[in-house]
Design a protein around this ligand. Structure first.
Ligand code: PLP
Length: 390
């Protein structure tokens, strides 16, 4: 099997697993306990905080552990809007955010918060001019993802941060797909809040963090005990926090070599699959996540594509089906201007550290084979082209 779905999740790295295991059975103390036996757990949590912070040029005390990226996203949107209710009731985001942002925004709208969803261009990039035009006196938060999970486009985070700073508006970025994969510096980019998740960088599923710039207070999402400096209650998930710290350390250490290797493999994959007629790249051609190749293949359905790819031994995903079972193409593909009938044939191939050089060729061969097979039986494919072509 070739796993080409690293944007969905990654394998927990063996080194990460080794590091976390003793915290289940040996150092199982509660970090809040006062006796020496619990110090190991406490120390491990604080070490992990430092490692997680280092990746984005932050300080350990600015990292708050959460249960996942979705919790971090919920926390910042709800926490800022409730804390700053007296200051304003308007937030700005983009129309291609992850559901963790989109669905939270919908809930906030029900509570009277006004949300502007910035459009994106054909590559999925937000325009800085659109952002400037959307800002008003009531704006209290800008939340724009660092990189998109479906099409890999990296947003102009530095420019957005500069505008937010100039206008004295808080800036949050959902960096779940970008953290540990591309360089981010919260100070240089003027980022006030940043969401990240462990399972995209080789830690287990179910651990995340929110970076909150020192000096900023927002309301809690989870109230209770005094953990995480009273800002996120719940006994710390020590083994998972240790895992996140180790995964962050490794990601930081190997970031440059990973970027170089994955970009090369990604570009070779893109070049090859785009030779299939009536196939196009989605997302920005160069300003995109190193391992992510996303395409649409006209005349076929994403679901059939995935099942057939799996039969060829390749795990991949498609943006065309949403989890509710609806057959609507994803909001991301529609937002970059793809018509429904074309967006249906979407395929996301995301390479990661475990992929060997040469996988990109095997993956491309499987895509060619499956595309030919499905087109041969497609009702919308005739004489070597889709029926909507003249
Ligand atoms: N934000 C983005 C951009 C994502 O890609 C994901 C997960 O795929 C999330 C948020 C949610 O993260 P988690 O799965 O840790 O809740």
């Amino acid at each position: 099997m070739i796993y080409a779905d690293n944007s969905a999740t990654t394998r927990t790295k063996p080194e990460v697993l080794d590091k976390m295991l003793p915290y289940f059975t040996e150092h199982y103390g509660n970090p809040s306990s006062l006796y020496a036996f619990a110090y190991d757990a406490k120390r491990a949590v604080e070490n992990a905080r430092e490692e997680v912070a280092k990746v984005i040029g932050a300080r350990g005390k600015e990292i708050f552990f959460t249960s996942c990226g979705s919790e971090s996203d919920n926390w910042v949107l709800r926490g800022v809007t409730s804390k700053l209710r007296d200051k304003g009731n308007h937030i700005i985001t983009s129309c291609i955010e992850h559901p963790a942002i989109m669905e939270t925004c919908k809930q906030l709208e029900k509570q009277g918060i006004r949300v502007t969803y910035l459009p994106v261009d054909e590559y999925g990039s937000v325009s800085v001019d659109d952002l400037k035009a959307a800002i008003c006196d009531e704006t209290i938060l800008i939340s724009i993802m660092t990189a998109n999970n479906e099409i890999g486009t990296i947003q102009p985070i530095r420019e957005i941060g500069a505008i937010a700073k100039e206008k004295e508006i808080f800036f949050h970025t959902d960096a779940v797909q970008a953290y540990g994969h591309i360089p981010i510096n919260v100070d240089e980019m003027n980022i006030d809040f940043l969401s990240l998740s462990g399972h995209k960088i080789g830690a287990p599923k179910g651990i995340g963090a929110l970076y909150i710039r020192s000096g900023i207070r927002i309301d809690n999402l989870i109230y209770g005990g005094g953990q995480e400096k009273r800002r996120r209650a719940g006994t710390e998930n020590v083994p998972y926090i240790v895992a996140l710290g180790e995964a962050a350390r490794l990601a930081n250490e190997h970031m440059n070599e990973n970027i170089a290797r994955l970009t090369k493999m990604r570009d070779a994959l893109i070049e090859r699959v785009l030779k299939i007629p009536y196939t196009r790249l989605t997302g920005h051609p160069t300003n995109r996540l190193p391992g992510l190749c996303s395409i649409v293949i006209e005349g076929i359905e994403g679901e059939a594509l995935l099942l057939n790819m799996f039969n060829e031994g390749i795990c991949a995903s498609s943006g065309s089906a949403c989890s509710s079972g609806s057959l609507d193409p994803s909001h991301v593909l529609l937002s970059i201007g793809l018509p429904h009938h074309i967006a249906h044939g979407s395929l996301r191939l995301s390479l990661g550290e475990d992929n060997a050089v040469g996988d990109e060729i095997k993956i491309a061969e499987a895509v060619e084979k499956v595309a030919a097979k499905l087109r041969a039986m497609s009702p919308v494919w005739e004489n070597g082209k889709p029926v909507w072509e003249e």
